[in-house]
Design a protein around this ligand. Structure first.
Ligand code: MG
Ligand code: MG
Length: 263
């Protein structure tokens, strides 16, 4: 954990495979997520799908985490437990998924709206997605970690939203969490220099209200202190030929959600 593991082209391709399975798993979640579904059912679906495709859920047993997905509802930010709670209209559901395939990890998260959500939540989702895109655009060789954080923070705060500081993005590779840390806040031109072969998970966690979060007694769940909703999107990104290459994709989720709107 002490140094950055720079990846070869071959390793980046392996991480792409893992990230693709994560992305497909989120696509499977998109097919079934909706009112009346228990979050534990989504966990089961994900675990089965990952294993059927030759992977292993990266979160299961990670430092004792007991599930294959992190499912964080409404005011929960990240690391929520799937359970018997049935989803209802108006819920905001962050689904975070990690896969180990051929020893390499992929990591991605998507936040789903269940039925009709409030205008504030719609804006929160849009802005958090934009924060992710802006952060990814800064994953360029020669820039610094602080450039990513600055881009995310500036955009979120411009809209009056709170940027979670206690949890950060991270390097990805043979381990789920490698160096460097990738905060969603920072100063331009500060921090570790971004270089060819780095693979990082960029994952803005943005709160509708205050930035502060609290940590639950279950040892995992993180929620907002003011009980306002929080959104979370994440991509695994490689720096290749000096530029960001997104190894995960939301295309599977997007295609499913487009079809759902039509039907
Ligand atoms: Mg994740
Ligand atoms: Mg992550």
């Amino acid at each position: 954990m002490s140094k950055i593991n720079y990846k070869s082209i071959e390793e980046i391709e392996l991480i792409r495979e893992s990230s693709l399975l994560v992305s497909k798993t989120l696509g499977e979640i998109a097919k079934v997520i909706g009112p009346g579904v228990k979050t534990i059912e989504l966990n089961k679906l994900a675990e089965t799908f990952i294993r059927d495709n030759g992977g292993v859920p990266a979160f299961l047993n990670y430092h004792g985490f007991p599930y294959s997905l992190c499912i964080s509802l409404n005011d929960q930010v990240v690391h929520g437990f799937p359970g018997q709670r049935m989803l209802v209209d108006g819920d905001l559901v962050s689904v975070d998924c990690g896969v180990v395939l051929n020893k390499y990890v992929g990591d991605s998260a998507y936040t789903f709206a269940i039925g009709e959500v409030s205008d504030t939540v719609k804006t929160l989702m849009r802005v958090t997605m934009e924060c992710l895109d802006l952060g990814v655009a800064k994953a360029v060789a020669g820039m610094r970690i602080g450039d990513i954080g600055y881009a995310v923070q500036e955009h979120a705060e411009k809209h009056g939203f709170g940027v979670v500081k206690e949890l950060v993005g991270h390097g990805v590779g043979l381990q789920l969490h490698e160096k460097p840390e990738v905060p969603n806040y920072g100063k331009r031109g500060s921090g570790i220099k971004l270089e060819e072969g780095m693979v990082i998970a960029i994952e803005p966690m943005i709160n509708a209200g205050k930035a502060r979060v609290k940590f639950w007694d279950d040892g995992w769940t993180v929620s907002t202190v003011d009980a306002k909703p929080s959104a979370h999107y994440e991509h695994t990104v490689a720096i290749k030929k000096g530029k960001p290459e997104i190894l995960s994709t939301f295309s599977y989720v997007d295609n499913v959600l487009k079809e759902k709107v039509k039907s």
